[in-house]
Design a protein around this ligand. Structure first.
Ligand SMILES: [Fe+2]
Length: 197
């Protein structure tokens, strides 16, 4: 049987969520090694950014006023693995320093998002205590991809006047990855659970 012809988008072969998920599954079947997974996922997340017209919807811009963020789960596998979210930030809002308990790949979709990277300098011996120092900052624009290994700590701020959107892919759904958020003023580490509709 002949394959259906896929029409090009902006002169590029079509690439959508189903293609992305199929490719993520193929990568997961091949390796669980975070650096290798990230290397393979990065160009695919960039492809998703280039083809956002095929999957991005107006409702993905809806944000929770209290949390300052909107999260839409596009896909996860049984066991909450290979979780793909669209994340939207209200102007001036963001998220405190946190890790992901998993590898993470973030592609800029709409508007620049400021990422600050943090380094943990305590020895981790005191439960609930964590001392972080700033390690760098970078603004990620549309089509740019940020990837992080499981221990990486970052924070995000939307410094624009509009809602910004990015596509986030994780080895494990955020609320099942036993991840942490960090309080810089109190030098505290605590569980990070988001209210995801
Ligand atoms: Fe994050």
């Amino acid at each position: 049987m002949e394959q259906a012809v896929q029409l090009p988008v902006n002169g590029l072969p079509a690439y959508g969520l189903e293609d992305y998920v199929a490719d993520l599954r193929a990568i997961k079947a091949e390796t669980d090694d975070p650096p290798r997974v990230i290397e393979r996922v990065r160009p695919l997340a960039q492809l998703m950014a280039e083809h956002k017209a095929s999957w991005l919807k107006p409702e993905h811009y809806h944000c929770d006023e209290q949390q300052g963020v909107g999260l839409t789960l596009l896909h996860e596998e049984p066991g909450h693995t290979l979780a793909v979210f669209v994340v939207a930030w209200l102007p001036g809002r963001g998220v405190p320093p946190h890790n992901h308990g998993s590898w993470a790949v973030v592609a800029g979709i709409d508007g620049p998002e400021t990422n600050t990277f943090w380094k943990r300098v305590d020895d981790g011996s005191r439960t609930g205590h964590a001392k972080l120092v700033k390690a760098g900052e970078k603004v990620f624009h549309e089509g740019e991809v940020l990837s992080m290994l499981p221990g990486a700590i970052h924070s995000i701020t939307n410094r624009t006047q509009q809602i910004t959107v990015s596509l986030h892919t994780y080895g494990m759904h955020l609320n099942f990855a036993e991840r942490s958020q960090f309080d810089l003023e109190r030098d505290e580490e605590k569980p990070f659970i988001l209210d995801i509709q």
